[in-house]
Design a protein around this ligand. Structure first.
Ligand SMILES: Cc1cc2nc3c(=O)[nH]c(=O)nc-3n(C[C@H](O)[C@H](O)[C@H](O)COP(=O)(O)O)c2cc1C
Length: 368
């Protein structure tokens, strides 16, 4: 595997999405292999608190790598080394990538056998995918179904909802705004926000937040003085955020829900996450905009992760949310499935502003 090919592929693949744009993976090139290392320090100050979110992020990265190498004319295969994965500790060579040797087709069935039937995306689509936190126009169910039907869905069930009812919209906006109940989460988010003009390559530029100016000031203040968080909560900032989130959810009234098929191994969950990213790239190519709602996903998954989830780690109160999440699950006809991710989707009204684009670290800093 030529280093110049690796550099070219990473030039594109480094645009994989990660929680709070923490970019928690590094790369090591060794003659025939490209190792992907998980870097716990990079993930520490972000919403990436647990192993399932690392797996989701890893799947996204691998789908970016698969497409980037394919575009260069080099199909790749991966080995995964997930044993002992703990999001708080570095995990070298979580995945190891190799060029496919067409002369030797023996060996275990790898991701590349699974994924040959999936659409490929060019660097143009990989670069065009962004997390869009603005209002959208309502999408047509038929158009979203067409994107859904472009792939075989081996590991994930994809559910699409348009014209969502008010209760569901309120539930989702409520889940988002609960972050103000947790000092830790707000501190992490505030730390990830970049207000200055200097091009820091991780975190989120403030123009990317999709929040009103009134909400921006408290975030700025919290960065300087975290002790203000309980005061803002007391003053009802959560209600302000819930209101602005509700406007976002009400704009398109649509989401796609991705649930894991039953009985998946950890490896298959990585494949599931690749499948999800393949779908997200399909949505991008078809002109849809999307924003993940990890907090809604977490709230809906409480029965699967009663401990060590975002709520318990950050002390979010859950009593009434539990009842609500049961009724939302029923409404969505997924009473017992484990949610992988929930995405707010719609049609963007204008093109995505350049100033809102997140940056990435240069390949030289990411590749050993
Ligand atoms: C595991 C994971 C969880 C995320 N959760 C959220 C979320 O809850 N809300 C949100 O607005 N963005 C979320 N994001 C999007 C990231 O903030 C975004 O991918 C990152 O800032 C890079 O920006 P980009 O997607 O525009 O390239 C999440 C991304 C990942 C990979």
């Amino acid at each position: 595997m030529d280093r110049s090919i690796v550099e070219k592929a990473l030039e594109i693949a480094r645009y994989y999405p990660s929680g709070d744009n923490c970019q928690c993976f590094r790369f090591r090139h060794e003659t025939d292999f490209l190792h992907v290392d998980y870097c716990a320090d990079a993930a520490e100050h972000s919403l990436v608190y647990d192993t399932s979110l690392i797996i989701l992020t890893l799947g996204g990265l691998l789908e970016y790598l698969r497409n980037a190498f394919l575009e260069l004319g080099y199909p790749v295969k991966f080995e995964l080394h997930l044993q002992g994965l703990d999001c708080h500790r570095n995990h070298p060579s979580i995945a190891c990538l190799q060029l496919v040797d067409h002369t030797n087709s023996s060996g275990p069935k790898g991701f590349h056998d699974y994924f040959s039937a999936y659409p490929q995306y060019t660097s143009e689509t990989l670069m065009a995918r962004v997390t869009d936190r603005r209002k959208f126009l309502p999408p047509e169910q038929k158009a979203l179904d067409a994107v859904k039907n472009e792939r075989p869905w081996q590991f994930v069930d994809c559910h699409i909802f348009t014209e969502l009812e008010d209760n569901a919209l309120q539930f989702f906006s409520c889940c988002e705004s609960h972050i103000w109940k947790s000092v830790d989460i707000i501190k992490d988010i505030a730390d990830a926000i970049r207000f200055g003009q200097n091009n820091i390559a991780t975190g989120l530029p403030w123009r990317n937040l999709g929040v009103s100016r009134e909400e921006l000031l408290p975030i700025k203040l919290v960065q300087l003085a975290p002790w203000l968080i309980p005061l803002f909560s007391f003053l009802g900032i959560q209600k302000l955020m819930q209101h602005s989130q509700q406007q976002l959810w009400q704009s398109a009234r649509a989401c796609t829900v991705l649930t894991y098929k039953q009985g998946l191994s950890s490896e298959q969950r990585v494949f599931a996450s690749m499948e999800i990213m393949n779908f997200i790239l399909g949505l991008t190519k078809a002109g849809f905009a999307m924003q993940p709602s990890t907090l809604s996903t977490e709230c809906l998954n409480h029965s699967f992760k009663p401990e060590k989830n975002l709520q318990t780690e950050c002390g979010l109160p859950l009593d009434n949310l539990q009842n609500q999440s049961q009724s939302i699950r029923k409404y969505m006809d997924c009473p017992t499935d484990e949610f992988a991710w929930l995405l707010r989707v719609g049609i963007p009204t204008t093109s995505f502003p350049d100033a809102a684009r997140t940056q990435r670290q240069p390949v030289n800093d990411l590749l050993l």
